[in-house]
Design a protein around this ligand. Structure first.
Ligand code: ZN
Length: 231
């Protein structure tokens, strides 16, 4: 995984997307002194079957902030799109380009934009639409003649875009020192995990076996995989 960057912006559709894909890598990067900020397109309010969205909104936001703090991320922003109905389009591209111009990251992290998940299931429209808009917004952010009304300077400094949760990973980050932190960041989504019917402690096993399986393919140590996209 490239190391020639100091500022990253992670953009995902929902609270918990980073934790199920990339938080162990984020913990390794922040421990090494790099800066990572999170931008969530929605507050994940449609993610708990037994809880109405108006109640879930604040809980999901609080759990995401706590989870981010565990892996060394202090800045968490929300765009307030409606969970479950995030559409690909100019509105989303514009909001994401604005965020990229504001944060000026060298690395963008996002979540799987492809049709399938890494387990072969059909991917959620929120993930597909957000991921595609992120990939497009990197170019938008660098072109001063696109979204001129934002009143922001273009940012052409994005060197890498890393997609977590992709079925086609190309790189990986060693999380042998941060796996406990990664587990804790998943467990910070306590109400969400409870809503899925998962008992406390259920996150560790799947995360460890996923990291071990990734390690078998990339370098031999527990790792989190990413697909690097040339944008
Ligand atoms: Zn999600």
């Amino acid at each position: 995984m490239p190391d020639d960057w100091t500022r990253a912006l992670a953009i995902a559709a929902h609270p918990d997307d980073m934790e199920f894909g990339a938080a162990g890598a984020v913990a390794a990067w922040t421990a090494a002194g790099k800066s990572v900020s999170y931008l969530l397109v929605s507050r994940g309010e449609a993610g708990i079957d037994g809880m109405r969205p108006e109640e879930a909104t604040k809980i999901r936001e609080d759990e995401q902030r706590a989870s981010a703090r565990i892996v060394g991320v202090d800045e968490v922003e929300f765009l307030d799109y409606v969970d479950g109905t995030i559409e690909y389009g100019l509105t989303l591209r514009r909001d994401l380009a604005a965020a990229i111009r504001r944060h000026r990251p060298e690395l963008i992290i996002t979540f799987n934009h492809r049709e399938s998940t890494f387990t072969g299931k059909w991917n959620s429209p929120d993930h597909r639409n957000t991921g595609l808009a992120v990939l497009d917004a990197v170019g938008d952010a660098g072109n001063r003649w696109i979204f001129t009304d934002l009143g922001t300077d273009p940012w052409t400094g994005v060197r890498h875009v890393a997609v977590a949760g992709s079925p086609e990973p190309t790189h990986a980050v060693d999380i042998s020192k941060t796996i406990d932190t990664a587990v804790a960041s998943v467990e910070a989504h306590a109400a969400y995990l409870k809503g899925l019917g998962l008992p406390p402690g259920a996150a560790r096993g799947p995360l460890e076996s996923f990291a071990a399986g990734t390690g078998e393919r990339f370098g031999g140590r527990p790792a989190i995989p990413f697909e690097l996209v040339n944008v």
